[in-house]
Design a protein around this ligand. Structure first.
Ligand SMILES: [Zn+2]
Ligand SMILES: [Zn+2]
Length: 282
């Protein structure tokens, strides 16, 4: 029996599996990339994923860390890696130690403290880049970027042996190419993310848009979340092919959220939007 009623989205060959409701729980996994953005209450489906990318320490985003580690240990899996803002590492260690004592079994953990600007390898050609957000102390977002080497255009017509010959002479025949696959903003107030090229060009943007009604603008500001009017402004500056909305408030019905999105966004952007909601309502 699955522990959660998760949303499933498929974009080309990439799956996005998750659950995200403001104040309740947020966990967004991309199994093919082997990453899970935030962990919520650690739904069973995400336990095999090796890289957890935590954006901040709020309970609804981070509560599952000890269960994730303990369950992987129970199943004989490695602890995986939990990336989290540096300032969270000490309290995370304390929680994991406390759970180890409570459980009576040591919970192995591999925690990596991150800060904006850092980059970490996830898979041979896959990296995660950390950028700052404005939500809580040290909060960050993550982009996942594929890095390839591409043949310089002037060598495109060459045969295999000719390329080998050039390589022997020490000539650089290719150049590094970065393909930003996905950017996950986590919780944040409005920030002009268009200043970061890899976010602008990210194929998929997974963004919070918590509040929709005009009278909720103050709530958005107080909780450091994005309101639809700011969201509309933000995505106009970006070029993402797909925009997945997370972290919607329960104060507004899904029906109203859809209606307000349609009214507020340009038709071109509205067409790209997908809500992260379970296919079958609970
Ligand atoms: Zn949240
Ligand atoms: Zn939060």
């Amino acid at each position: 029996m699955a522990s959660h009623n998760l949303a499933h989205i498929k974009i080309d060959k990439l799956e996005i599996i998750g659950y995200s409701v403001a104040g309740e729980e947020t966990v967004v996994a991309m199994p093919q990339l082997d990453v899970c953005f935030d962990i919520g209450r650690a739904p069973g489906r995400i336990i095999p994923i090796n890289n957890i990318l935590l954006t901040h320490g709020h309970m609804d985003h981070a509560a599952g860390i000890a269960y994730y580690l303990s369950h992987r240990n129970f199943c004989g899996q490695s602890p995986g890696t939990i990336f989290a803002p540096q300032n969270l590492l000490e309290p995370m260690r304390e929680i994991i130690d406390a759970w180890s004592r409570l459980d009576g079994n040591k919970v192995p953990a591999n925690l990596v403290g991150v800060k904006a600007g850092d980059e970490y390898q996830i898979k041979p050609n896959l990296f995660t880049r950390v950028f700052p957000t404005k939500h809580s102390k040290g909060s960050v977002g993550y982009a996942v970027i594929e890095k390839r080497k591409k043949l310089k255009p002037q060598y495109a017509e060459l045969t295999g042996p000719q390329i080998v010959e050039l390589k022997k002479k020490g000539i650089e025949i290719d150049y590094p190419l970065e393909i930003p696959i996905v950017t996950y903003l986590g919780d944040t107030q409005y920030v002009d993310f268009s200043q970061l090229k890899y976010i602008v060009e990210s194929k998929i943007l997974i963004a919070e848009c918590t509040f929709y009604e005009d009278e909720h603008a103050e709530r958005a500001e107080a909780g450091r979340h994005i309101h639809i009017n700011e969201f509309a402004e933000l995505i106009e500056k970006l070029q993402n092919e797909h925009i997945v909305i997370t972290h919607m408030t329960q104060r507004t019905s899904l029906q109203d959220i859809r209606r307000i999105l349609k009214q507020t966004l340009s038709p071109e952007k509205f067409e790209k939007v997908i809500l992260l909601i379970p296919n079958k309502p609970r």
